[in-house]
Design a protein around this ligand. Sequence first.
Ligand code: AMP
Ligand code: ZN
Length: 434
Amino acid sequence: MGNYYSPEIECAGRDALMRIQLERLKALAAHAYKNVPLYKKKFDEIGILPEDVKSLADIGRLPFTTKTDIRDCYPYKMLAVPDEQIARIHASSGTTGKPTVVGYTRGDLELWAECCARAIAAAGGQRGDHLHVAYGYGLFTGGLGLHAGGEKLGLAVIPVSSGNTKRQIQILTDFHSDILCCTPSYALYIGETLAEMGYGPDDIPLRAGIMGAEPWTDRMRLQIEKLLGIKAYDIFGMSELCGPGVSFECEAQEGMHINEDYFYPEIIDPETGEAVAEGESGELVITCLNKEAMPLIRYRTRDITSFIPGKCSCGRSLARVRRLTGRTDDMLIIRGINVFPSQVESVLLEMNMVTPNYLLIVDRENNLDTLEVQVEITEAFFSDSVRDIEHVERKIAHALRDTLNISAKVRLVDPRTIARSQGKAKRVVDKRVY
Ligand code: AMP
Ligand code: ZN
């Protein structure tokens, strides 16, 4: 019991929490309507005004927001405050080549740090601990998000960033890292490398891990916990909403608590847009109750989960959701990078020796994700006597790295060898075992 950063909120009574949510929802509707043309248009289209929000149930009358909306506002048209108030910009990959851009005010950064501080505290972090952040630093939100949370909680933050696994292990050991923050697949890789180097879990000081940014399972959790000798906690977030810290696991390790004073959750049937029955799974929809720079109303996360009814043994009253079980779209997360098959397709369409018949084969070798792109060559290229297969493969691999930031093994295959489908084309074979 214990380990709260903001007990007055985390353990608040439902009524008190709902009062805060309603007050913030009203202010959000007014802010978005007044300052973001997209929201003015959406509200006007359905004939609703911010003043019509009188109860929390009225949220169901507000319009949804999608990733496409954000993309259409690329880069800054979603921002609701003057440039002078923007303190940070992050981005994540979108469904086409263009990233989804997110802006933060000072206040938004504070709020985000608060969310991460709660997550780190729930994982047992306290003053005097060393927080080893091995999420990437940069436009990706993982590194800087947990970094700020650790500082806010008063920990010593070690900003290692991702990569260079042997060095990670050296730092873990020599700098005495207590809590490791990284993706679950990277945690497994670190654990395996540790074993290869002849060390066991008792040789490192770690006691907890805060892991997210990609799907994982309880089976993976057990492996990570065993290899590193830690308790591994799930954390969820996405750049559009702020970054990591939207929801986090507590010591019960039974689903994630949502920071409901900032993020109002709904779970809907993705087809009908209606709320699912209690405990059923559906698409998580989040309203950012008090973000200043980029207010978001009913954001369709595309992530699938369900609410866990009942009270948690940790004493928090914040709503809980189960581990994410998938997405309603075809987004893949490969080595922490969001990849949409459509992005790969647009790169292939730029090349004139290949056809848009392709297959992405995602696998995991030594706990690292691998991507092979099989693509059919054109008939003309096939019959060309001087064709240089390797050169074209390299050229496509370069283009994929340049535009999508992912390294892939490209394999050209003969025309008409990739299976055709009667309905939706099957573009992805995901062989990863979680
Ligand atoms: P990004 O905006 O690049 O941080 O990517 C956000 C996406 O990562 C989410 O929409 C989820 O699909 C995925 N994600 C983040 N955290 C988790 C988690 N704990 N479990 C499963 N998927 C996650
Ligand atoms: Zn709990």
